[in-house]
Design a protein around this ligand. Sequence first.
Ligand SMILES: *Cc1c(COP(=O)(O)O)cnc(C)c1O
Length: 387
Amino acid sequence: MFEFSDRIKALPPYLFAQIDRKKKEKIAQGYDVIDLGVGDPDMPTPEPIVKAMQKAVEKPEHHRYPSYEGMYSFRKAVADWYKRRFGVDLDPEKEVIALIGSKEGIAHFPLAFVNPGDIVLCPDPAYPVYKIGTIFAGGVPYIMPLREENNFLPDFRSIPKDVLKRAKIVWVNYPNNPTSAVATKEFYKELVDWAKENNLIVASDLAYSEIYFDGYKPPSILEVEGAKEVAIEFHSLSKTYNMTGWRIGFAVGNAKLIEGLGKVKTNVDSGQFQAIQEAAITALSMPEEEVQRIRDVYWERRKTMVEALRKAGLEVVDSKATFYLWVKVPKGYTSAQFVEKLLDEKAIVCTPGSGFGEYGEGYFRISLTVPTQRLLEAAERIKSLII
Ligand SMILES: *Cc1c(COP(=O)(O)O)cnc(C)c1O
């Protein structure tokens, strides 16, 4: 009787539905399933944050509607954090907005700046929300392939002029999900210059800025001089502080871009629960050692798993950031076929590269979100499959 809207019908098929169903079947059959599929930290939220929440939840002033842009104290904590971490100055009043998780902001942002038929430049493979947010706003995604020979950076100079004329936004995400690639400040500088030449908004998704290792430290695009004229950056507490369930993030950057996003949000949500914002202030102000402990765990897992997979004969992309491994599919399989075989025959869940877009074909993604012992067990099983 009812028909889904054209925008829902235009969504790409949900490739993970089949994997989810099979995984549940396997578990029901009693298999010891190792899930390396989801990008969701396995460790709990650090205790100081949980404690701050417990206190905050008792305060009656938090029980009322929050302001859509976020509490001033939260926005101030974000600005202070950016200053400490990146040396970037932000005005908490105009250049910071709280989000109900960064996904919310990423999905809503195009509604503020994209008219039907406008183009949004989206990387591929990528977090699916850039494309979906574009489609929901009536925009048209234009794919920028991320190729290994280009270190998984988009070759934005090769985008045709007629496309650029219709383009409004360019999305970038480094450290990158799913490829684990990183970008330099020089890359951001070129991107900002090019965006200015072409009157484009740069939207940077910095969800993994704090998941770095071994002396490497990812930059923010806002470190580039003049970037604030064209850029908005989306950030999340989810990955840094094991807070995926809490739904708190923020966007920073150009005041007009923040204002536009704010206009959308005023009309669709009423802001995040203030107690959560208060806990998030505690997170952003925590001593660095708390986060370092989390990094140490991922680094240990990464080194162990990369070595085990390489010993098994697999090609793994080198990286000093993110909790993902981007691994070449062995010859003779598509990424979907290989991932299906891993699940069917070895009870391991991974994500096929093609689930992140056509240019993800040929790879699969492993999340380092299980303990080292489980990773080693998974590596053994993978080895026994490909030998
Ligand atoms: C996890 C993730 C996000 C979203 O995180 P939130 O929990 O919504 O804050 C955004 N971008 C990328 C690339 C991610 O992997």
